[in-house]
Structure formats: C-alpha cells, structure tokens
Design a protein around this ligand. Structure first.
Ligand SMILES: *Cc1c(COP(=O)(O)O)cnc(C)c1O
Length: 349
C-alpha cells in the first residue's frame, strides 16, 4: 500500500470551508510587518531569534525546547525520518496511526521507510486506548496522536496519552496539537510532559493565527529529543517572511481571541442547524465539525460547490461513510454555509 497526501482543489474564489483555514485572514499586523520587509531581508538568510523568542513565550517553554518548522507538516516529516530511518526494507519499523487521521502521518511514515499500522477509532470516534496499547510492539518506533483529532474533532484524555507514552518508551510519540488553540488544552503544561521525554508536541500557526500560506509550525520537546530533529530539519527551513510574520501574529492576542470566540460560536450555530435538519454530527473541540449526511453526502457537497461553498468530503475515511467536514470559523461564513446547506437539503426533499 502506498500513502500519498490527497491534494484538494483550492478554488481562488468562493468560501473555503474545506481546509480548516482562518477564512478571516491573518492579523493586519502581519501585513504591516511584511510591508516593512526590506530588500536586504529578502537577500539575507533569515534570523530566527525573534520568532523563536515569540513562539517560546506563546507556548510557555524555553527556546531550547522549541524547533520551528516550515509548517507542522515539515515537523511530521522530520519526526518520521528521525524515528523510522535505518530499518531494513524487509523488516521496517512500525508507525502507529489511529485512523481516521491527518493524511500526512501515513504519507511521511511511508516516505521515511516505515510500516504504517492503522488502529481504528472506537464507537462514536472514541479513542481506542486498548487497541493502541495492543498494537505497540518492539518494532514500534513512532506513535501519532492528534488532540483534538482531525477529522472528528474529538479530544483524547490526558490519561490515555500518558498510558500510550508509558507503554512505548522505546518509541517517539508525536502528539499533534494543531487544534489545541481551539480546545484550550495542551499537554505542554502537564507534569507528565517533562517526565515522558519521548513525547514531542506538534503545533502550528496555520490554523488559529491564519499563517497557513506562510508556513510556520513548531515541535516542542526536551533539548535531547529535539537534537536529532534539528539535524533533519534544514537550517533555513522557515523563509524570511514567515520569520517576520510570526512575532507580529503572536503579538496580536486580541485578534487571536476574537477568532477563537467566533469558532466557538460557529460550532454552536452548526450544531443547532444540524439538530434542526436532523443531520448527525459530533461535537468538536476544533475549528471544524464533522457531520454525517448519509446518502445525501455527495449531493450536498455538489450542491454547496455549485454555490461556491467548499467543504471536505471525508466519506472515504474509516468509519466516516457519508461524512463531511466543515470549517467552523468566521460566523458570517458559517451563516452562509448553513443557509446553503438548508437550501440544498430542503430542495432535495
Ligand atoms: C493542518 C494540520 C497540520 C499541518 O499544519 P501546517 O502547519 O499547515 O503544516 C498538522 N496536523 C493536523 C492534524 C492538521 O490538521
């Protein structure tokens, strides 16, 4: 089996509710900072002191515990290479992926020469702790956990994260917290994070901070655990614009707070609409909601696309038959999406 990231169409116009982006855009301060960008800054290799200091402050860790990456995607690739390289093709190391999951885990583990071991989520997308523990063997070198999960929006209890990490001390546990800004919980501030030094937390500034186009992510861990990753990630992996944008974005706390508030309101609006329409959904801790349109899945996606509203078809994912993932961000955009969903569903009835 080969694993490849399925590239999704990114229409230039219309409402993009299919990639969990901040559809309000980044903070205006980022654009101000980029306007002040000089010819020398373009010509010189970037300096990371300011973005590292800003990200360390934001995440409440020491600069030595932080590695900035070209999006969290690069962090996932770097962790995969460091954990899985060196295994023989005939007897590869294992990477455990709890599915459905972000496509990049399997793609990167595969690219790094590992074997992907898929463990399906439990009923109603609950975290399958016993099955994950049972999948850990002496060949396991990497375990991917996502809290909250994408595409289901479900959280993982800290005790379950600890249990997995304790059962796999010989592996790296990559705890992907891409959506932690919306759940408001992180493993970084837990005592267990200091104790379980093989847990690396992944963060991104793509989603809540709206920097997906500029590409900034971070890996957080002990200096010892990050050392092999620093040898994998190229020294100038973040470009100079991203290095300028990050401190500006993190400086605008009010902009971030306002967006997170809109996400919370948008989720509630979607729940209420789905209740009204009799569409099954799962309450989410992230900036998206997964909903099941059953036999009307394809026609709903097509009907929305005809109205230039793009949502993500997740119906091919394990246990997600008939499911669509919708970004819950700017309330005005959510309102437009709900009106279109009602039109499409009621027109079909
Ligand atoms: C979006 C996303 C990422 C990637 O973030 P980038 O910083 O844009 O590379 C990583 N993990 C999950 C679960 C995501 O949804």
């Amino acid at each position: 089996m080969t694993y490849e990231y399925e590239r999704v169409a990114t229409p230039a116009s219309g409402l993009r509710l299919h990639l969990n982006e901040n559809t309000a855009g980044c903070s205006p301060r980022v654009i101000d900072a980029l306007r002040a960008f000089t010819r020398e800054q373009a010509a010189f290799y970037p300096d990371y002191d300011a973005p590292i200091a800003a990200a360390a402050r934001w995440l409440n860790v020491a600069p030595e515990q932080l590695l900035l990456t070209n999006g969290l995607d690069e962090g996932i690739l770097a962790v995969s290479i460091a954990a899985l390289r060196g295994s023989a093709a005939a007897d590869p190391y294992d990477a455990i992926v709890v599915v459905p999951a972000f496509d990049m885990y399997a793609a990167c583990a595969d690219a790094a020469g590992g074997r992907v071991v898929e463990v399906p989520l439990g009923g109603d997308f609950s975290f399958p702790l016993d099955r994950v523990l049972a999948a850990v063997t002496d060949r396991t070198r990497l375990v991917f956990l996502t809290n909250p999960n994408n595409p289901t929006g479900q959280p993982i209890a800290p005790a379950a994260i600890r249990a997995v990490a304790s059962a796999a001390p010989h592996a790296t546990v990559l705890l992907d917290e891409a959506y932690a800004d919306f759940s408001g919980t992180t493993f970084i501030d837990r005592d267990a994070f200091d104790r379980l030094s093989h847990v690396i937390v992944g963060r991104t500034f793509a989603k809540a901070h709206g920097l997906a186009g500029l590409r900034v992510g971070a890996l957080v861990g002990t200096p010892e655990r990050l050392a092999p990753l620093r040898r994998v990630v190229p020294p100038y992996s973040l470009n100079a614009c991203a290095a300028v944008a990050l401190p500006a974005a993190l400086d605008d706390r009010a902009y971030f707070d306002a967006y997170v508030q809109q996400v919370t309101a948008s989720r509630e609006m979607l729940y209420a609409a789905f209740d009204r329409l009799g569409v099954k959904y799962w309450r989410s801790a992230a900036n998206f909601v997964l909903a099941c349109f059953g036999g009307q899945c394809a026609s709903t996606i097509a009907g929305l696309a005809a109205r230039q509203i793009y949502v993500r078809d997740r119906s091919a994912d394990v246990g997600c038959e008939g499911c669509v993932r919708i970004t819950a961000g700017v309330t005005e955009h959510t309102r437009a999406a709900i009106a279109a969903i009602e039109e499409v569903l009621c027109g079909a009835r």
